[in-house]
Design a protein around this ligand. Structure first.
Ligand code: ATP
Length: 458
């Protein structure tokens, strides 16, 4: 078997064709920066989420789960700094009005730039490199000056006068709900510091140029943990968290050579350290999938100031504002990394090509496919009994059309780790053939032993 190169275009086409990801509102021409997860995509996404939850909440003694409302008091975003400072530098093409994100264009040229720079700093770099930056639409190089563009998405919740005053924003990041529930969690669960709070939540950003499929969207999901520690007692915990997050990606099935650490050179003013985990996407190259940040006491101090409620932690009479170590993972980006890693084109020994999604079995959208060899002679009915039984425990497919070879290939494409074939002999020997996806090896297993067999496999 010979593995062949893959491109992101192939993965995008595959995602749509096989029911993993669709563009939002496609029948209306598609809405930029938003995607829908299809029948197989939602299974894969849920499997990634539940693996994250298991490792970050269920299997941890001192981490607590949360699911906070998306709508929050607008002052939350003043306290967090989002209404004033959550912006990207944007410029407009003077010929066709297309907008570009200047820091990202500079980065592409190898220039050290980021969204945290002042307008003056970024415009200086922009001027020096203007001739090398081309408009995505018309190819021109005549741009306006870069201006900070706020990324928060406003809603009209409760605004019955339509004046747009005090808008309620959609969340720009999922973690704010955790800070708002810090006191509730302490008062209800009485955790001993250090402890963590974890949540999966949606985030919305008015990205100037959404692009690269699921990589940069305007609506996405984040899986965040915030670990609360004593001030300055953070180095050891930070290292532990970094190690655990790296290992999580390996356990998810991403290969070590496709992952990379990068430390932030230009920290936001309140942070004391920040690292990104990057994945090497086909076509796009290495880019961020998760940020691990030491946010100091900034968040709880700000919310104490703006809400007037004291968010310090009381440890036997000793009061202090905890520091926060954050992990923030983008689920869309990790979904795309998992799909990219698993998508495999193989040339088989007989010269034919097969596409196989080499997902770890726990991630596969369908775990077992039950395939009756033929529909007649009671074979279909007997096979269906196996489906009814196993589907109590596992997501199963039942497929009875096309040749057995074609049905195997279809299951390979969607990553089903095991196919069961019920044939004429099954009636006699009470056994079925199980074919494994990656090796394509087949073995004969008694029907009465199937449950045990799969407990061992999953
Ligand atoms: P970038 O520099 O790529 O814009 P960021 O540093 O602003 O990302 P964070 O605010 O740290 O990202 O968000 C944490 C995670 O959320 C990121 O690591 C990424 O996986 C995800 N994320 C951020 N913005 C987007 C987006 N527009 N689309 C999809 N995922 C995103």
């Amino acid at each position: 078997m010979q593995e062949q190169n893959k491109t992101m275009d192939e993965i995008i086409a595959f995602s749509k064709q096989k029911g993993f990801v669709f563009q939002s509102s496609e029948i209306y021409g598609g809405l930029a920066g938003a995607y829908d997860f299809g029948p197989l995509g939602v299974e894969l996404l849920n499997n990634i989420k539940s693996f994250w939850w298991k490792k970050n909440v269920d299997q941890k003694l001192n981490y607590f789960g949360l699911d906070s409302a998306m709508f929050k008091d607008p002052r939350v975003w003043d306290a967090s700094g989002h209404t004033s400072g959550f912006s990207d530098p944007m410029a407009e093409c003077k010929t066709c009005n297309t907008r570009i994100r200047v820091d990202k264009e500079l980065e592409k040229l190898g220039v050290q730039a980021d969204e945290k720079m002042s307008e003056e700093e970024i415009n200086k770099l922009f001027d020096e490199n203007k001739d090398k930056i081309k408009c995505h639409k018309c190819g021109g190089s005549d741009f306006t000056k870069a201006k900070a563009f706020n990324l928060l998405v406003k809603s009209n919740l409760g605004d019955f006068t339509s004046k747009g005053e005090n808008p309620v924003y959609l969340p720009g990041e999922a973690c704010q709900g955790i800070y708002l529930n810090f006191k509730n969690t302490v008062d209800s669960m009485h955790p001993k510091i250090p402890f963590g709070i974890a949540q999966i939540g949606k985030a919305f950003r008015n990205e100037i140029s959404p692009r690269n499929f699921l990589f940069r969207t305007r609506e996405f999901e984040q899986a965040d943990t915030q670990f609360f520690v004593r001030p300055n007692e953070n180095k050891e915990a930070y290292e532990r968290i970094k190690k655990e997050r790296w290992q999580w990606y390996l356990d998810l099935g991403l290969s070590e050579k496709s992952l990379q650490w990068e430390q932030h050179e230009n920290l936001v003013f309140y942070a004391s350290d920040a690292w990104d985990i990057k994945y090497n996407f086909p076509t796009y190259g290495f880019d961020e999938i998760e940020g691990i940040h030491n946010r100091t006491d900034y968040d709880l101090t700000q919310h104490t100031k703006f809400s007037g409620v004291d968010l310090s932690y009381n440890d036997n009479g000793e009061k202090f504002i905890p520091w926060i170590l954050e992990t923030s993972m983008g689920l869309g980006r990790v979904f795309l990394a998992v799909l990219s890693e698993a998508f495999t084109k193989e040339e088989l020994e007989d010269g034919t090509e097969r596409v196989v999604l080499k997902l770890k079995p726990f991630l596969a959208p369908v775990k077992i496919a039950i395939l009756p060899l033929v529909k007649k002679d009671g074979i279909r009915e007997e096979a269906f009994k196996i489906f009814e039984n196993l589907s109590q425990k596992y997501v199963c497919n039942f497929a009875d059309t096309a040749t057995i070879g074609k049905r195997y290939r279809k299951q390979d494409e969607i990553g089903t780790p095991f196919c069961i074939t019920y044939d004429y002999d099954s009636k006699e020997d009470g056994a079925v053939t199980i074919r494994e996806r990656d090796s394509m090896k087949q073995e004969r297993i008694k029907i009465k032993d199937l449950e045990k067999y799969f407990i061992d496999k999953f």
